[in-house]
Design a protein around this ligand. Structure first.
Ligand SMILES: Cc1ncc(COP(=O)(O)O)c(C=O)c1O
Length: 396
């Protein structure tokens, strides 16, 4: 009899020669449990998804209730489906006035695809500006706006007309012109190793886009829903995007994304051609029910208000001569070490000792910290003890 691990390697498509190969049987709160019942602290939330922790009972109940009523009924945008309507209504109620029209997708990358199309269609322009070191997903359009050549070169040709600017560098804003349909930018860069831009830069970016008639697309797929200490990361910068991208924590653990804009902008998808963006499963009723429950839980339990204090505690505890820097905002953090080799050894030891973390796609010398927002101060202390011990062990 082959083991589960052998079957995984044989029949499940592999995207790396070095998968982590951890096996979990169940997950609850900030913990994931293996077959022997050993708990592991999840310090990365399945990469920014499980912000409420795993198996939140309120979300599970909403899923069960919806499954009992109906699952898929029809492709997106034709039938009036209660979970989609109620979820969009709730999202719009917590967003600025111009973000009132929600298009639900299945994933983050699909939200990126929809937003790029929408910006081109609305402005009737063809050029796109994106940032170096950005990550927006792995489909062709999203890959085209990724700011890392290493991941793109094997998949060319990609979208033409994409120009790259340096993140947080005001000089490059002049590359946004009247030819530019949109700027797509992460409000806080994630896979670049958590880079928080200057408030002045983000305001200058907003002003330049407005001046040029260019749509500003903020990708908050990783940063939204309290992760940075505000419900949406753009609130730190006093700006509002023309199009907002959400996914990951949006579904409370279920797969869903969204691009959100004004009615005026979104309306261009209706005509010339009709059905400007189509998805079969986008806004799946069960995912919308889960997303609505997750957002209600987040707001009703005021989880966002505790994030800043938890960040401070992490920063107090993660002090060590081998740590070059702790970057980030809220519970979206990176711990910078000397190099990948050291980082990987420390990460492996943390996992051995029951704390799950990893590194970043474009920043291999830094360790990712993105725990569920429900993590307690005691649990932060426990996790940091393990991290500091691992750093000590490998940097002697
Ligand atoms: C900032 C950002 N944008 C887009 C994506 C793509 O989302 P998905 O993996 O759901 O396609 C990710 C995923 O990590 C991301 O971090």
């Amino acid at each position: 009899m082959p083991t589960l691990r052998q079957l995984f390697l044989a029949n499940n498509a592999q995207t790396t020669n070095f998968p982590l190969l951890l096996e979990f049987e169940r997950a609850e709160g900030i913990y994931m449990y293996n077959a022997e019942g050993r708990p592991y602290i999840d310090l990365i939330s399945g990469i920014g998804v499980s912000s409420l922790g795993h198996s939140n009972p309120y979300v599970i109940d909403a899923i069960k209730q919806q499954v009992d009523k109906y699952m898929h009924l029809m492709v997106y945008g034709e039938y009036v489906q209660t979970p989609q309507v109620r979820f969009a209504e709730k999202l719009v109620s917590v967003l600025p006035d111009n973000l009132q029209s929600v298009y639900f997708t299945n994933s983050g990358a699909e939200a990126v695809e929809g937003a790029l199309k929408l910006a081109k269609r609305f402005t009737r322009r063809q050029q796109v500006v994106a940032c170096l070191n950005s990550y927006h997903g792995s489909t062709h359009g999203a890959l085209s706006v990724m700011g890392n050549e290493e991941f793109k070169q094997a998949y060319r040709p990609l979208l033409p007309g994409v120009n790259f600017i340096r993140f947080d560098n005001p000089d490059d804003l002049l590359l946004i012109t009247e030819e530019t349909a949109c700027v797509i930018i992460e409000t806080i860069q994630g896979e670049a190793g958590i880079r928080v831009p200057d408030i002045a830069y983000m305001q200058a970016l907003r002003a330049r886009c407005t001046e040029m008639g260019t749509l500003l697309i903020l990708d908050e797929i990783q940063a939204a829903f309290g992760r940075t200490g505000k419900l949406f990361a753009f609130e730190h910068f006093g700006i509002v995007p023309d199009i907002l991208l959400l996914a990951k924590a949006l579904g409370g653990g279920m797969p869903i994304g969204a691009f959100i804009s004004s009615n005026e902008i979104m309306d261009v998808l209706k005509e010339n051609p009709i059905l400007g963006h189509i998805t079969t499963f986008g806004g799946h009723p069960v995912c919308c029910a889960a997303g609505l429950a997750a957002l209600e839980y987040l707001l009703d339990n005021e989880l966002v208000s505790g994030v800043a204090e938890k960040e401070t505690l992490f920063r107090e505890l993660l002090v060590h001569p081998a740590i070059h820097q702790v970057r980030g905002k809220g519970l979206m953090m990176a711990v910078e070490l000397e190099n990948f080799d050291l980082n990987k050894k420390i990460i492996d030891r943390c996992i051995e000792n029951g704390v799950i973390t990893d590194w970043f796609l474009h920043c291999s010398n830094s360790m990712r910290l993105a725990p569920p927002l429900i993590i307690t101060h005691d649990e932060i202390r426990k996790a940091c003890d393990v991290i500091v011990e691992a750093i000590d062990f490998h940097s002697k």
